[in-house]
Every structure is written in structure tokens, then in C-alpha cells.
Design a protein around this ligand. Structure first.
Ligand code: CP
Ligand code: NVA
Length: 300
């Protein structure tokens, strides 16, 4: 049984296979070609945090593939009232063909996979966001022709996005640099693993990290669940922004990615955001195609 709990669990070949299938599914959707590969299958989508892209792209993705999706808010599920995830996993495994879950602790996703008997897909935890980074890799390949050999630079909070970008970027042969304030670096084990490849650096110097970058990425300064810290973080992260100064030291044809939602004039200026809107909204669109490929790989 195939899960997508984190990108670290997937090989370069598995990631490449999913990206190739995603390209094919995108082409077919644009040309009105339908394959109901998941006919009769049902995906449960558990959300313990808000979502626009993940919810809609998974629901439309299941519909496109001939299956159906159930939106399960933790506000309404018994899990929100303390029913153990172990029991929830065993019950839902008897109704559904797969579960996509967005929650706080990575351990909850891992426990769901351990206790249930159906494929589990991570739709974001505090630790990682693998579905987003598959869409990001797809978008990089679309715009740059290849993934391998490009330099990806992430500027901002060392959060779930950073962790997955490092793992995905390194696995696919990129050089990755991160610029994060001291104390807000990505996961220590991921940094250690990435550093051993000789293709990863982390600094608190934004311009040093961005130098000669082919792909610039950023994300919000305060993630979901960190709302109480948002004001303090505005001070801590000031300057950790993709702006004209950063674009000036990156390669002249550098692309910009943002998983969205974006806070203009915080992690990215409105000027850079709009100049790279085509790339950013291709990235958002590619959530649909990349996830359909993940659904085929995990559920069929
Ligand atoms: N990028 C992303 O995961 O968006 P949502 O939070 O809207 O799902
Ligand atoms: N780091 C952000 C990503 C949102 C898609 C968060 O966790 O809120």
C-alpha cells in the first residue's frame, strides 16, 4: 500500500513517475480526455486547518478521475471531541478507499497510516507539505525544462514548506539554499541529511542565499496555528522578503514560487508577486494535476 506521509519516504524515481503522470493528466484535461481510473472510489478529506487550494483541488481531482470526495471537518468529526486517531483510522478504513488529512502534528498522520488499512495522503502538517512541493517541482520543470542542476533558494520561516522544498529539491538533484533568521531554521534532521549531499546551505543572509538562484521561494511568516505570534514575527522576519534587491542578485531569468496564501509587502513585495504571477498561479493550478497523479499512485 502506498502512502504519501512525507517526501522523504519517496524515491527520486517515484517522484519523477508522479511528475510525468501529472504532466500527462494536465495535457489530457486541457484536451478534454477523461480517464475514470478511480471510478467507485471515495476519498475522505480530514481538515483540522483551513484550506482553499488543497480542499478544492483534491475534490475536483477525485471527480475528474471518476471517484468522489468527502469533506470532513474536525469541527464536526468526533476526532475534534477527542476520539483517538487510532479508532478513527480503523473506522474510516472500513468506509473509504483513502484519506487525505491536514492537521498539526506529523505524528497524527503517521499514526493514521499505522492504524488504518487504506492509503493516507498528507495535505499539510506543521512538519511538511509534500503535495505542494510535488506541484512546485512540476512547475519548475514546466518553466525551466529540467529540475536537476537548478539552484532553489527559500527565504523566510524555516517551516513545513521549507522542510518539503529541501527534501524535494535535494532528491531531484537541485542545489538548495535557505535564508532564515537565527532560531527559525528548518528541521535539524532534514538540514543534516541535506548538508551531507554537499548541495545545501542555510544562512541568515538573504542576499548570500539568493545569489545566482534559478528559483526563489517564500511562504508566510506566521503559519496556521501561529496566529498569536504573528505581530512578533513581523519584527523578527523583517527583511526576509523576496523583493527587487533579491531579484537583482538572483539569475536574470529566475522564477518565483509561492504556495499561497501570500501576504504582500511581508514575505514578498506586490511588485515581485505580480511580475511572477504567471508562475505562481501555474504552481497553484498544478496542485490539481500533481495530486491527481498522487491519487492514481496511491488509490488505484
Ligand atoms: N498552498 C496551500 O496548501 O493552500 P491552501 O491552504 O489553500 O490549501
Ligand atoms: N506554512 C503555511 C503554508 C500554507 C499553505 C502554513 O502552514 O500555514
Amino acid at each position: 500500500m502506498k502512502h504519501l506521509l512525507k517526501l522523504m519516504d519517496w524515491s527520486e524515481k517515484e517522484i519523477t513517475d508522479v511528475l510525468n503522470l501529472a504532466d500527462q493528466l494536465k495535457y489530457e484535461k486541457k484536451n478534454g480526455i477523461k480517464h475514470h481510473i478511480l471510478k467507485g472510489k471515495t476519498l475522505g478529506m480530514i481538515f483540522e486547518k483551513s484550506s482553499t487550494r488543497t480542499r478544492v483541488s483534491f475534490e475536483v481531482g477525485m471527480y475528474d478521475l471518476g471517484g468522489s470526495a468527502l469533506f470532513l471537518s474536525s469541527r464536526d468529526l468526533q476526532i475534534g471531541r477527542g476520539e483517538p486517531v487510532e479508532d478513527t483510522a480503523r473506522v474510516l478504513s472500513r468506509y473509504l478507499d483513502g484519506i487525505m488529512i491536514r492537521t498539526f502534528a506529523q505524528e497524527e498522520v503517521e499514526k493514521l497510516a499505522e492504524c488504518g488499512s487504506i492509503p493516507i495522503i498528507n495535505g499539510l502538517t506543521d512538519y511538511c507539505h509534500p503535495c505542494q512541493v510535488l506541484a512546485d517541482l512540476m512547475t519548475i520543470r514546466e518553466h525551466k525544462g529540467v529540475i536537476k542542476g537548478n539552484k532553489l533558494c527559500y527565504i523566510g520561516d524555516g517551516n513545513n514548506m521549507t522542510n518539503s522544498l529541501i527534501v524535494g529539491g535535494i532528491k531531484m538533484g537541485m542545489t538548495v539554499s535557505a535564508a532564515c533568521p537565527k532560531g527559525y531554521e528548518p528541521d535539524a534532521e532534514i538540514m543534516k541529511w541535506a548538508s551531507e549531499t554537499g548541495r545545501f546551505t542555510c544562512t541568515d543572509d538573504v542576499l548570500e542565499a539568493a545569489k545566482d538562484a534559478d528559483v526563489l521561494c517564500t511562504d508566510v511568516w506566521a503559519s496556521m496555528g501561529q496566529e498569536a505570534e504573528a505581530e512578533a514575527r513581523k519584527q523578527i522576519f523583517r527583511g526576509y522578503q523576496i523583493n527587487a534587491d533579491v531579484m537583482a542578485v538572483a539569475k536574470s531569468d529566475a522564477m518565483v514560487l509561492h504556495c499561497l496564501p501570500a501576504h504582500r509587502e511581508e514575505e514578498i513585495t506586490a511588485e515581485v508577486f505580480e511580475a511572477h504571477a504567471d508562475e505562481i498561479f501555474d504552481e497553484a493550478e498544478n496542485r490539481l494535476h500533481a495530486q491527481k497523479a498522487v491519487l492514481v499512485k496511491c488509490l488505484s
